[in-house]
Ligand binder design. Sequence first.
Ligand code: GLV
Ligand code: MN
Ligand code: MN
Length: 414
Amino acid sequence: MSSKTNLTINPQRLWDALMETAQFGATPKGGIRRLTVSDEDKRVRDWFKSECEKLGCKVEVDEVGNMFATRAGRRADVAPIAMGSHLDTQPTGGKFDGVLGVLGALEVLRTLVDMGYETNAPLMIANWTNEEGSRFAPAMLCSGVYAGVFTPEFAWSREDRSGLRLGDELARIGYKGVHKAGAIKFSAMFELHIEQGPILEAENKVIGVVTGVQGMRWYEVMLKGQESHTGATPMGLRKNALLAAARMIDAINTIGMDHLPGVASVGLIENKPNSRNVVPGEVFFTVDLRHPDEAVLDKMEKTYRAAITKIATSLQIEITENRIWNSPAVKFAPDLIECVRHGVSQAGLKTRDMASGAGHDAAYIARVAPTTMIFVPCLGGISHNEEESTTLEECAAGAQVLLNAVLAHDRSFA
Ligand code: GLV
Ligand code: MN
Ligand code: MN
């Protein structure tokens, strides 16, 4: 088929798919709670599998639950071009983070099937397990296994905060597949995603051409003080783990402010025994440091460690601290970025280049295959929030650019 073919995706059909699957784990505030490998995740996986099979795709699952739906192309001798993202969400997640990338890809395949368009290479949709990392740390876990960053055993052994293991949960919902992670091959991957930040909206642009992802590091901190009676223990004689945590959280925030555009956050905290008349004896919290420059990230890490050690010492608190994840800064593949640029200009949309502040499966996949991403705006730049909002037109623009970019790349297999 000619390279001038102008296929158009169906915006309403894409929107309907987003709204239909948003029912799996729907929250009263209009968001989604679909923690990875939960019953809700099983429901959306079953739906996705069945919709792909209706298109004639072969759907395969690997040993860490990554799903791959493949539509044959004209050539059987080349690996598929993949499009992928994730269907899991944050505990109070929105309807678009990750989901748009998978359902936008589904809309691409539906459009091609409708038009009877045969690509040169096979096309594939990947749904990566546990991108969010909120139930099982770290984030991007199973795209990481695919890319050889983690072993399957490591992934299976991850425990949620109630002690359930990812491997057992995968088996329970029927998605611990037979294929070895990394064995189902593709030649390139495009990931469509919402920006999760405010830049596109502020500049009135519809598409972000993503050139890379900033470096990210996650840490866990355990503080041990001494439980004692709040009424009877004088202020000067306390070992208050929560007070130490409060000072540390403030110090971590300052590290972010001192290393802009870097960011430093504490998002999860557990206080024990969490009783109003007990001086807190034990606190667990997590730390997330990010910066596009690895050297600055090294400096942030050093400053953070020095700060928490000093605070712990001054309050007589025992501290255990571990870096549990390091995802270095990534640059995406120039030839795929060119395909995206081509796709944007074909669609006549306003665009700008940008780096991603959020982590994405694409960051790990870039280690094993040429990879890039396409961003669309989200209202107020708000994400990881039930109010996350992207319009039908913006979702459609992203899926159209995804289709155009994939077809541009596919022409190299003619
Ligand atoms: C993933 O959503 C991350 O950026 O933490
Ligand atoms: Mn995401
Ligand atoms: Mn997310």
